[in-house]
Design a protein around this ligand. Structure first.
Ligand SMILES: [Zn+2]
Length: 106
């Protein structure tokens, strides 16, 4: 049995960082649009970029959250597709990986 408490701490602080970032982005997105239409256009472009950053941060937060759930369930480090071990090196590079290198389709 691997010692997962360190990984768990790592994932938790990573999740906190992501949540902070998401909160900041949402705060930025909620700021009132300016009256000047030219400025508005620039803001809309900026908002699209922010939304992209937000959705990738949200996706990552979901993956981190899922990894924490797997730690609690005792299935951490197991591939969600083939049930095989994900592998130490891959978990070091991506602690919230849910699939082994053979099953990753991304
Ligand atoms: Zn697999």
């Amino acid at each position: 049995m691997r010692d997962v408490s360190k990984i768990r701490d790592q994932l938790k602080s990573h999740l906190e960082t992501l949540n902070l970032r998401i909160g900041e982005i949402e705060g930025d997105l909620r700021t009132a649009p300016s009256a000047d239409w030219e400025e508005q256009a620039t803001e809309t472009e900026g908002d699209q970029v922010l939304e992209g950053v937000e959705s990738s941060a949200l996706r990552e937060a979901q993956q981190v959250h899922a990894a924490l759930t797997r730690i609690d369930a005792g299935t951490y480090g197991k591939c969600s597709t083939c049930d095989g071990p994900i592998g130490e090196k891959r978990l070091q590079a991506l602690p919230y990986a849910s699939q082994c290198i053979n099953c990753v389709t991304e």
